[in-house]
Design a protein around this ligand. Sequence first.
Ligand code: ZN
Length: 189
Amino acid sequence: MSEQKKLVKPVTPGDRLGVIEEFTPGKGTYVNDGVVYAKVTGYALVSRENRRIEVIQKTKIPVFPVKGQKVVGKVQQVQDKFAIVKIFKVNGFELKNPFTAVLHVSFISKFFTKTVYDALKPGDLIHAQIIGDKNLPCQLTTAGKDFGVLEAYCSICGEPLILSKKQLVCPKCKNVEKRKISEFYGKEV
Ligand SMILES: [Zn+2]
């Protein structure tokens, strides 16, 4: 994907994208009375060169991380100072091709986190936000109560952990584990 294209927003059919004085209608759009609308569900993209606006269908969303997007991913690897996360959902849309992102220890929480081992484990499902898209892999943050772990598993027996009084407890072996928990723990985001 060219640098000149910018992902604008998720759209559904009939969403108003702009007027023809402003944009050239492209694929996945239609024009009615001088207004450009989305024809399909997906992401609106604008080309900076020619102001062409098109809608990329949600099943065909390209790998295109942009700062500010809310993402869901699976923790692949944890080290002392960072975690590697595979992102498969962006702003509620499932990606055809997941991409890899990095979460540095200093962006885990608003509070001091000494090591990533205190906040995440491989296999955890997390809700995060993209804060850096200039270099790849892009940078994530889980600071803020919306963000953090959505789903985690017991490191002893593998059972999904249950949130009980702000703690993650294994219903099977009663093991208690520490994570940076999202307020959406156990829910779909
Ligand atoms: Zn257990």
